[in-house]
Design a protein around this ligand. Structure first.
Ligand SMILES: Cc1cn([C@H]2C[C@H](O)[C@@H](COP(=O)(O)OP(=O)(O)OP(=O)(O)O)O2)c(=O)[nH]c1=O
Length: 195
């Protein structure tokens, strides 16, 4: 069968994130999207890199179960600061405490990608360091009211209003937004059709 992406099988992005869909569109001509609902809570004493990889793989596996003839891509992003894992803020209080940890500090953003095809998994975890400026209480409240923080790991979006709080990054910008483009391209290339 001819594949427009030049891969062995069609691709499904196992995600509800519009940002991941947009990013994957930069490297693939054609793919389907299907959101994978999984329990994202960490296990006791689970290391951040293990958690993020497990979640990306779980998302891919849930969708792969019904789509054995597709390459399924799952991804997950978490923020880690002072050894504390930050997911998405569940309310203003939670968000304020997150910003307290991130303000005038450096944190890590971990994004895992997982490709599942015919029962086989290929995973990759990408780490990016982000240095944040100091945020005042009023700035924090104003930012919360924009609505941007609520569906973002660590409560901010580097690609949006939150970009003004980022002093510098070391690593992959696309990974912070949710899908490391270079690493995704490299992993997908392992499924290229032979010429
Ligand atoms: C730090 C940061 C995170 N994010 C986003 C990326 C992820 O979409 C989100 C983290 O939540 P995830 O649970 O990784 O992903 P999701 O719930 O958005 O989508 P799905 O599980 O269906 O794939 O935070 C940004 O968009 N910008 C940022 O600067």
């Amino acid at each position: 069968m001819y594949q427009s992406n030049g891969l062995l099988a069609p691709v499904i992005l196992a995600s509800a994130s519009p940002r991941r869909k947009e990013l994957l569109g930069y490297i693939l001509d054609d793919f389907d999207v299907c959101s994978a609902d999984i329990d994202e809570s960490p296990k006791e004493n689970e290391k951040p890199e293990c958690l993020v990889e497990r979640l990306a793989e779980s998302k891919a596996k849930v969708i792969a179960k019904q789509n054995q003839d597709h390459i399924v891509l799952g991804s997950d992003t978490i923020v880690v600061v002072n050894n504390i894992i930050l997911g998405k803020p569940i309310g203003l209080e939670h968000f304020t405490s997150m910003m307290g940890l991130l303000s005038a500090n450096t944190h890590e953003v971990l994004t895992a990608i997982s490709l599942v095809y015919q029962g086989e998994c290929k995973n990759c975890v990408v780490l990016t360091r982000v240095a944040m400026a100091e945020l005042s209480e009023s700035e924090t409240l104003r930012y919360w009211k924009t609505g941007e923080p609520k569906d973002k790991a660590g409560g901010y979006a580097i690609q949006g209003i939150g970009g003004q709080f980022v002093k510098y990054i070391e690593g992959s910008h696309s990974s912070v937004i949710g899908l490391p483009l270079h690493e995704t391209k490299v992993l997908l290339a392992e499924y290229e059709m032979p010429c």
